[in-house]
Design a protein around this ligand. Structure first.
Ligand code: MRU
Length: 360
């Protein structure tokens, strides 16, 4: 069997989807997304430093996938510490969790998963380090498995938004590659496709790192979904031509008031959708909702290396020593969001209330 593919256990008519993360006999593997679509290469993660770098360099990316990688990364980090006294093991665990958490700041799933792992360990504080370690391994696998179920729930909640003959625009990659199976934004698409609905997806290329061109286009094309790639600056005219009926994007963090952080450019898409009267939906599992952050203004936006803007692939496309800005995410205010597609159904504004009511 091709290790890069997972067959859906839930429905035979769903396509084979790429498997971004794999835990196999105590070893952690991830599909190096920086090489896609040219090469499908799975890389074993042998140390916590390697996992930190894989997250930082976007070998693994997408909010849920980063969370799962963090959880497995913590197991990798603690493998050599199983003979410590339990209190020392717990202290080291917190240190490693803080280290992994420093790799990327915006997607709350990373912190969520790491806190869940540390909480699990603390609940077993009187056990031996070996026992705690075994429980942590099981917890990381559970986080991975749970994400599969959450994505499926999002698909079921959102599938009816996609009607026969419609055009759906998405930005960045909130697909299988960013999660454990069906993706978040793509889950309604995969389920609609499986039940025979014909529709077309328009994938924004997503400068500077081209997650839409390299990843979303690739995984949707492989699964037989009708997908058309557009440059980011073509979204407006594509909407003006009447080709888009619906926008679905993923998110890295939803604040308590429903403001949404997602890949840079999402805000522009939301403003365009508002202008053209097109519904703008955000797909999010509960692991992406952050009740500790009251609104989008408090979300830390990752600023990435200038090289990503001054180069296109390996080729320089700007003068030397150019000043650039490179925020990796932006915040879409909740008033531009038509609905949050969650595993518990579609939540509607006002989000402060609908989020609290659903998840309190
Ligand atoms: O920088 P990236 O590629 O990690 O950004 C990813 C996104 O913005 C996704 O839309 C988001 O994480 C949701 S993934 C289900």
């Amino acid at each position: 069997m091709n290790p890069h593919k997972q067959t859906s256990t839930t429905e035979p008519s769903l396509p084979q989807l790429p498997q971004t993360l794999r835990w196999d006999n105590g070893q952690f593997f991830l599909l190096d997304q920086t090489r896609l679509p040219l090469e499908t290469f799975e890389e074993r993660q042998d140390s916590v430093v390697q996992v930190w770098n894989s997250i930082k360099q976007l070998k693994v990316r997408g909010a849920p996938a980063i969370g799962i990688a963090g959880a497995y990364g913590l197991v990798v980090a603690m493998q050599e510490h199983q003979t410590l006294a339990n209190a020392d093991y717990l202290q080291e665990l917190q240190r490693q969790a803080d280290y992994l958490d420093s790799s990327r700041p915006t997607a709350v799933n990373l912190r969520w998963a790491l806190q869940r792992m540390v909480g699990k360990a603390q609940s077993l504080a009187n056990e031996s380090a070996g026992t705690i370690h075994q429980a942590l391994t099981e917890e990381a696998i559970a986080i991975h498995e749970e994400d599969r179920v959450l994505c499926r729930g999002i698909g079921e909640a959102g599938v009816l938004l996609i009607s026969e003959g419609s055009g759906v625009l998405t930005h960045c990659n909130a697909g299988s590659l960013a999660t454990s199976e069906l993706g978040t934004a793509t889950s309604p698409m995969y389920l609609a496709h499986a039940k025979g609905t014909r529709f077309r997806v328009y994938a924004d290329e997503t400068r500077p790192l081209l997650q839409g061109a390299r990843l979303t286009s690739w995984e949707l094309q492989q699964s037989g979904i009708d997908v058309t790639l557009i440059c980011d600056n073509m979204a407006a005219t594509t909407m003006a031509e009447g080709l888009i009926d619906l926008v679905i994007v993923g998110t890295d963090r939803v604040a308590a008031n429903g403001d949404v952080a997602n890949k840079i450019g999402t805000l522009g898409v939301a403003i365009l959708a508002k202008h053209f009267g097109i519904p703008f939906y955000v797909a999010c599992p509960y692991s992406t909702i952050d009740f500790d952050t009251p609104s989008g203004t408090e979300i830390t936006i990752e600023e990435r290396d200038a090289n990503e803007v001054t180069n296109f692939g390996a080729r320089p496309t700007a003068p030397d020593a150019m000043q650039v800005r490179n925020p990796a995410f932006d915040v879409t205010p909740s008033e531009l969001v038509s609905g949050l597609i969650t595993e518990r159904g579609i939540l509607r504004p006002p989000y402060t209330e609908s989020l609290r009511k659903q998840y309190a």
